[in-house]
Design a protein around this ligand. Structure first.
Ligand SMILES: [Ca+2]
Ligand SMILES: [Ca+2]
Ligand SMILES: [Ca+2]
Ligand SMILES: [Ca+2]
Ligand SMILES: [Zn+2]
Length: 445
């Protein structure tokens, strides 16, 4: 198993000495080596006579903490544990050579009694490079020089959509479009569209949101000063396994009530599976509610979560769940919650998904401002007890000031890292490093 490159130097015939400078190495005048591309170490595991070989870059390119860490890494290989995904370890839980190396570097950086601050910092830097580069699934944390591990997004990437376009014209949702297992990103373009209609642009999860799986107009006219207001959300209306788009109309409705117009995912959003009024008045919906879609009662049919933030009877955030099974004519649940209405209206955004895997969708309350941790916080209200208790309340790697100023107010849920737990998708559309809409995915469990 090679440590750094797939091509170890020739063992014979070249005239090179494995333990002296090879012709490919660049040995500087001061004795250091700048050729970082060569093999550093190589461990062979056989029942008897296994060995670890160390090459020139090991001796000349690395500071002492890195050299020691390499030996720990190779010791794990000598134990018979090889990388399980080319030169990557699949995950932290795999407990492979990269984890052993990081653990030793973390010990050195934090607890080694005789190391100088620069030596400790070199160990921190090396560990964090490995954490960000050498695991198929990012462990989701980095180490620091004072023993405190900090979280990082498990994905942070620019997309083909310009940030100004995203901030002005789009909202977002997450679902699996093509059945390949990775969550795809639905970008709903509400105005300034090429087709004159509201558009759905689906970014591909399989290539980390670098290409489009679909870009298409819908039968709904684009937004503007005189156009009706729509909120878009994703859920499977007809149980065919394909996500449909719930278009929730709260102004200029024919019925005078909140209307649910469901675009069929199976025919690329060209026809409606349902268009209906509800028991909530359009004015109430427009002024006081936010919306999300998920299966509340576990019957396999997505229900409509109507979240009342203002003018509530209870003085708290209220959850009113309209039943998908009777076309949103009755409520499965109407209740207050432990979050005050004022707090909910001023500081929160919402998403719906099953946090604990009991088959009942839970309410993810995302606190952007005035948080105790100074970060974006995720407070999950339990669907199983009617949203009376929290399944988790946790901070994230995204700062509160950043998320409040620079991120879209819509969030998504999807299992990016394939550990069967939903991750939170956050969409940065201002002050991005890339000038593009960025997807930041954080793990919260
Ligand atoms: Ca469907
Ligand atoms: Ca249901
Ligand atoms: Ca649940
Ligand atoms: Ca996950
Ligand atoms: Zn290795």
């Amino acid at each position: 198993m090679t440590f750094c490159t797939a091509t170890p130097p020739s063992m014979s015939g070249s005239g090179d000495d494995l333990y002296g400078p090879r012709s490919s190495d660049q040995v500087n005048g001061d004795g250091t080596c700048t050729n970082f591309s060569g093999t550093i170490a190589h461990t062979t595991v056989v029942p008897l006579g296994g060995s670890t070989e160390l090459y020139v870059p090991f001796f000349y390119c690395f500071v002492v903490s890195k050299r020691a860490a390499v030996l720990i890494h190779e010791a794990r290989h000598a134990n018979g544990v090889m990388h399980d995904d080319d030169n990557f370890d699949s995950s932290w839980e795999y407990n492979g050579a990269w984890r052993w190396e990081v653990c030793w570097l973390a010990w050195f950086a934090n607890l080694c009694p005789n190391a100088s601050p620069p030596m400790k910092q070199a160990a921190v830097d090396r560990a964090n490079i490995i954490l960000g580069r050498d695991f198929t699934r990012d462990p989701g944390f980095r180490i620091g020089p004072t023993g405190i591990a900090f979280q990082v997004p498990i994905l942070q990437v620019g997309t083909p959509i310009l940030q100004n376009d995203a901030a002005t014209n789009f909202t977002f949702g997450v679902a699996d479009y093509d059945g390949h297992g990775r969550p795809d990103l639905y970008c709903f373009k509400h105005q300034n569209t090429g087709t004159g209609m509201r558009e759905i642009h689906v970014l591909n999860g399989a290539d980390a949101y670098q290409s489009f799986l679909d870009q298409i107009g819908t039968p709904i006219e684009q937004g503007g000063p005189n156009a009706p207001n729509f909120t878009f959300a994703l859920g499977d209306y007809d149980g065919d396994g394909t996500a449909d788009v719930y278009c929730l109309k709260s102004t200029q409705t024919g019925t005078g009530t909140l209307e649910v117009h469901v675009l069929n995912g199976a025919d690329n959003f060209q026809s409606f599976l349902q268009q209906t009024g509800t028991p909530i008045s359009a004015q109430d919906a427009e002024e006081n509610f936010a919306f999300a879609v998920g299966d509340y009662d576990g019957d396999g049919i997505a229900d409509l979560y109507c979240l009342k933030l203002k003018h509530t009877d209870t003085g708290t955030l209220e959850v009113h769940v309209l039943n998908g099974a009777d076309n949103f004519q009755s409520f499965l649940q109407q209740t207050g919650t432990p979050i005050s209405a004022q707090d909910a209206a001023e500081n929160f955004a919402f998403a719906v998904g099953d946090y604990d895997g009991d088959g009942m969708a839970d309410l993810y309350c995302l606190k952007l401002k005035h948080t105790g941790t100074g970060t974006l916080e995720v407070h999950v209200l339990n669907g199983a007890d009617g949203f009376q208790s929290f399944l988790t309340q946790t901070g994230t790697p995204i700062s509160s000031s950043d998320v409040a100023s620079n991120f879209a107010k819509t969030f998504g849920l999807g299992d990016w890292d394939d550990d069967d737990a939903l991750d939170v998708y956050c969409f940065k559309d201002k002050s991005t490093g890339t000038g593009k809409l960025e997807v930041h995915v954080v793990r919260i469990s």
